[in-house]
Write a protein that binds this ligand. Sequence first.
Ligand code: AP5
Ligand code: MG
Length: 244
Amino acid sequence: MRLTFITRCCHGTGNDLDVLGVELIAADDAGAPRRLAVSEGNQMRLLLIGAPGAGKGTQAERLAERFGITHISSGDLLRQHVKDRTSIGRMVTSYLDHGDLVPDGVVMDMLRKPVVAAAEAGGYVLDGFPRTVEQARASFPTAHALGVEVQAAVHLDVARADLKRRLLARRRGSEDTEAVIERRLQVYLDKTVPLLEYYADREWMFTVDGAQPPDAVYADIVACLEGWWTSLRGPGQASRASGR
Ligand code: AP5
Ligand code: MG
C-alpha cells in the first residue's frame, strides 16, 4: 500500500511544499494499482446512504452546516421539480407517488450541475444518490474526470420497524402512505442494499447506528469522518473534519 501526497511548490523558493491532497493506493488481486481513498485540498465530498426514513436529510443538513459544504438531496430536488411543474417534474411524479426509482438518466442529468458547483464551492454532502450499483458505476467516470467524485460514504443503519414508524409519523404527502412506504422499503432492499455490498470493502465507507437519537447519530458520523480525515492527512491536518 502506498500513500501519495499531491503537492505544489510554494513561497517562491521551490523548497517548501503545500500538501493539496492525499491518495491511498493499493494493488488489486492482479497487482494493478487501485485508488482506495483520496482527499484533495480542503474539499469534503460526502455521501449518505440509508433506507427511506433513516435520517439522511436530518444528518445531511447538520453536516453541511458543520463543514461549510452544500447539502444536495436528489429527492428534494425531484420534489421541487414536481412542485414547479417542470418537464422533469411531470416526468417523475408517478415514480415518486408509487415509491419507485426514477430513471437513472433523469437523476444524473439533474445532479451534474449542482454537484460540480458544490464541489467548486468547497464540497457537498449528497443524500440519495447513488442508490443503486448501476448509478454508482455510471456516474463514477464522469465525476472522476471532473474531479468531483465522492471521498467518503456513511451508511445510516436503521431497522425496518423504526423506519416505518418514523415515516408514518412524518406523513410527507403521497410518499408516506403505508402502501408507498412498503414499496420504498422494498425498493431499498432490492436496489440499495446491493450498493452497500458493492461499497463494503472500501476504506472510506462507514456504517453508523442510525437508530440512536439524532444527536448521537451526528456525533458518531463526525467521529468517523474525523478519524478518516486524520488517518489520511495526519493529526495536524484534521481541521476540516473537526469543523474548525
Ligand atoms: P428521497 O427524498 O431520497 O427519500 P428516501 O430515501 O425515501 O428518504 P426520506 O427523505 O424519506 O428519509 P431520510 O433518510 O432523508 O430521513 P429524514 O431525515 O427525512 O427520495 C424520494 C424519491 O425520489 C424516491 O422514492 C425516488 O422515487 C426518487 N429518487 C430520489 N433519489 C433517487 C435516485 N438516486 N434514483 C432514482 N430515484 C430517486 O427523517 C425521516 C423522519 O425521521 C423525519 O420525521 C425525522 O425527523 C425523523 N428522524 C430522523 N432521524 C431520526 C432519529 N435519529 N431518531 C428518530 N427520528 C428521526
Ligand atoms: Mg430525505
